[in-house]
Design a protein. Structure first.
Length: 78
């Protein structure tokens, strides 16, 4: 789709339109970076859970303590 054929962007969707009209490979780079950061966060929290939370609180409690922190971290990145 050429730039002239692209529909006009409304003010409230301007950021989405600007993002969609950027370079073709930028989405792949952004998705890869997000995936890497999310994996890194999960790895760090998982290591913390296995080495400190589970020995202190048990397996179920350790996972329940970790879950909200991992979820909020991934949401904050995304």
């Amino acid at each position: 789709m050429s730039l002239s054929a692209r529909p006009a962007c409304r003010q409230e969707t301007m950021l989405v339109c600007e993002t969609m009209s950027s370079k073709p490979g930028s989405f792949l780079k952004t998705a890869t970076a997000y995936g890497f950061i999310a994996f890194l966060i999960g790895f760090l929290f998982g290591a913390t859970r296995e080495m400190s939370l589970i020995p202190l609180f048990g397996e179920t409690a350790g996972e329940l303590i970790e879950f909200p922190f991992v979820t909020l971290s991934i949401v904050a990145v995304g």
